[in-house]
Design a binder for this molecule. Structure first.
Ligand SMILES: Nc1ncnc2c1ncn2[C@@H]1O[C@H](COP(=O)(O)OP(=O)(O)OP(=O)(O)O)[C@@H](O)[C@H]1O
Ligand SMILES: [Mg+2]
Length: 223
C-alpha cells in the first residue's frame, strides 16, 4: 500500500488567533517503509498522523491510498480501510475501560466479518509481548507500559499493512522499549510498513527515513 499526503493543512484557533498545526505537508510512504516522525512537543506530529489515516479531516489537501482519495470515501468505507489495513497505536490511553485487556485486543477483529479465531490470535500476541498474565485485567489495573503493550497487541490483531504508532515507547523501561524496537524491526522485515512519531533516538535510528515536524511544517530526510 502506498500512502500519499498532498498539501495537508490543518489550523486551529487559540484565543483570537488561528494557527497552523500542520501546514502544507506532503509525503509519500511506500510499501515496507520504516519512517520516524520527530519534532518537538506541539509541532504537529499527532495531528499529521490522525489526518494520514483519515481520522481527522484536513482543512485542505488530500490523502491518497494507492492513488484513491481517502476523504472521498464514505465514513464507513474509511473505517473499514483503517480496520483492515492500519494498526494505530495512539498517544496516551486508548483502551476501553469496561473490557479486559484481552477483549480490548480482540475488538478490532470483530468489527468486520472475518474467519479465524481472535482468541487464539490475541493470546499469541500477548505471549509475544510478555503480557499473558494480564489477559483478564482491566485497563485501570494496568501500568502505562502495560497499557502500551495491550494497545500494540490490539493494533496487530488484524495483521495490518501499515502501523502508525504515536510515541510507542514513551512510558516504557529500556528493556521493554528494546523489545518493542525488536518487534517493529521483525514486522518490518516481514513487510509491514511503519510511521512512528517518537522522541526515542534508538527507535528512529532503526528507520530508513526520518521526517521532521517543525511548527507544523514537515521536512523529509533520509535516515
Ligand atoms: N483539537 C485541537 N484544538 C486546538 N488546538 C489543537 C488541537 N489539537 C492539537 N492542537 C494544537 O496543535 C498543535 C499540534 O498538536 P499535536 O498534538 O499535533 O502536537 P505533537 O507534535 O503531537 O505534540 P506532542 O509531542 O506533545 O505529542 C499544538 O499546539 C496543539 O496544542
Ligand atoms: Mg503528539
Amino acid at each position: 500500500m502506498r500512502l500519499e499526503a498532498q498539501h495537508l493543512t490543518k489550523s486551529y484557533r487559540r484565543g483570537q488567533t488561528h494557527f497552523n498545526a500542520v501546514y502544507n505537508a506532503c509525503f509519500s510512504l511506500a510499501d515496507g517503509a520504516f519512517v520516524s516522525l520527530i519534532g518537538r512537543s506541539g509541532s504537529g506530529k499527532t495531528t499529521l498522523l490522525n489526518m494520514a489515516i483519515g481520522l481527522l479531516s484536513p482543512d485542505s489537501g488530500e490523502i491518497l491510498v494507492d492513488g484513491n482519495n481517502l476523504f472521498s470515501l464514505e465514513d464507513r468505507q474509511r473505517s473499514d480501510f483503517r480496520n483492515e489495513k492500519i494498526g494505530y497505536i495512539p498517544q496516551g490511553r486508548s483502551l476501553l475501560g469496561n473490557l479486559t485487556a484481552l477483549n480490548n485486543t480482540r475488538l478490532p477483529f470483530h468489527l468486520q466479518r472475518r474467519s479465524g479465531d481472535s482468541l487464539q490470535k490475541a493470546r499469541e500476541l500477548f505471549i509475544q509481548l510478555g503480557i499473558s498474565h494480564l489477559e483478564n485485567s482491566y485497563p485501570k489495573e494496568l501500568s502505562g507500559g502495560e497499557l502500551r503493550r495491550v494497545a500494540l497487541a490490539r493494533a496487530l490483531i488484524n495483521s495490518p499493512e501499515l502501523i502508525l504508532a504515536d510515541e510507542p515507547t514513551s512510558d516504557l523501561d529500556i528493556d521493554t522499549a528494546r523489545e518493542i524496537w525488536e518487534l517493529f524491526s521483525r514486522l518490518n522485515a516481514q513487510g509491514v510498513s511503519f510511521l512512528v512519531a517518537t522522541h526515542d533516538v534508538e527507535l528512529s535510528r532503526r528507520g530508513n527515513a526520518i521526517w521532521q515536524m517543525h511548527s507544523g511544517r514537515l521536512t523529509l530526510e533520509a535516515g
